[in-house]
Design a protein around this ligand. Structure first.
Ligand SMILES: C[S@@+](CC[C@H](N)C(=O)[O-])C[C@H]1O[C@@H](n2cnc3c(N)ncnc32)[C@H](O)[C@@H]1O
Length: 253
């Protein structure tokens, strides 16, 4: 698959994967604050490569399920290696009917976020929780007033560091128009593969993000708490480790 096609697929399905240290920090907070408990039946909808379930750990809870429109190879390999007894389902999460779950966690496609929240809450057992990574501006919008009246979150965790899901690399030769979306840590090609001109790079997302958590009951009239997730330091350590590994790999080849 060409790099351009990969960019197309990523954008089409909102396939922007959560950076590992962020998913790890979110899972830790959910455990500490009692939203995710040992032995829980868990679902990661729109699972992508399994960013969150990777950090839940099969010794913590082994009944972990996943759903995505596309079941990608790295996810299937993760499932094979793990001891999860849950299923992976290929299809539209909005049609997914397996239930009930104690905890649903993930990073939904932004274009369908509200529908994923409403459907996810349907699949929870009473007092179960749903935690989604969303842009903070999901708090606002004309249609959100009625939504939050019906579904007040239990808490919103603001991230201390803005996550970077991808970087957009483009050709500096305007007429060429070549452009690709890459994971944030992937090295950008120095030259455009289409015309050979220099490339340049911009971050893909200038938004602040947060983790929104809902409890199935009680919902109406609940006042949400605002808390913070500190993951900036963890990200720095991870990025440094990754750079060292990449350098080592390049020296070996
Ligand atoms: C934003 S990515 C998040 C992936 C993963 N949860 C993570 O955090 O890295 C969204 C994922 O949703 C999938 N997707 C998009 N629309 C979907 C739908 N209606 N039902 C199921 N999966 C969907 C995409 O294939 C992609 O893997």
């Amino acid at each position: 698959m060409s790099a351009t096609n990969r960019g197309g697929e990523r954008a089409e399905l909102d396939a922007f994967f959560t950076p590992e240290p962020l998913a790890e920090a979110i899972v830790e907070v959910l455990k500490t604050d009692g939203y995710l408990c040992e032995g829980d039946r868990v679902l990661e909808p729109s699972i992508g490569l399994g960013a969150f379930v990777k950090f839940i750990g099969s010794e913590y809870t082994d009944e972990v399920h996943g759903c995505d429109r596309v079941l990608r190879k790295p996810l299937l390999e993760l499932w094979e290696k793990s001891r999860y007894v849950g299923d992976l389902c290929e299809g539209d999460f909005l049609q997914y009917q397996e239930q009930p779950f104690c905890c649903i966690v993930g990073n939904p496609p932004l274009s369908e976020a509200q529908a994923h929240i409403e459907h996810g809450i349907e699949l929870l057992e009473p007092y179960g929780s749903l935690a989604f990574l969303l842009r903070l501006n999901f708090l606002a919008g004309i249609e959100r007033g009625a939504f939050y009246e019906a579904y007040p979150p239990d808490a919103v965790y603001v991230l201390d560091k803005r996550p970077s899901f991808a970087k957009v690399v483009h050709c500096t030769e305007k007429k060429c128009g070549w452009r690709v979306i890459l994971p944030p840590m992937e090295k950008k090609p120095a030259k455009c593969p289409k015309c050979g001109a220099k490339t340049d790079c911009t971050g893909s997302d200038a938004c602040e993000y947060g983790v929104f958590v809902w409890r199935k009951h009680p919902m109406r009239g609940h006042e949400p708490a605002i808390r913070w997730i500190k993951w900036a330091e963890r990200y720095k350590r991870w990025a440094k480790k990754l750079r060292v590994e990449q350098k080592k790999m390049m020296e070996e080849t």
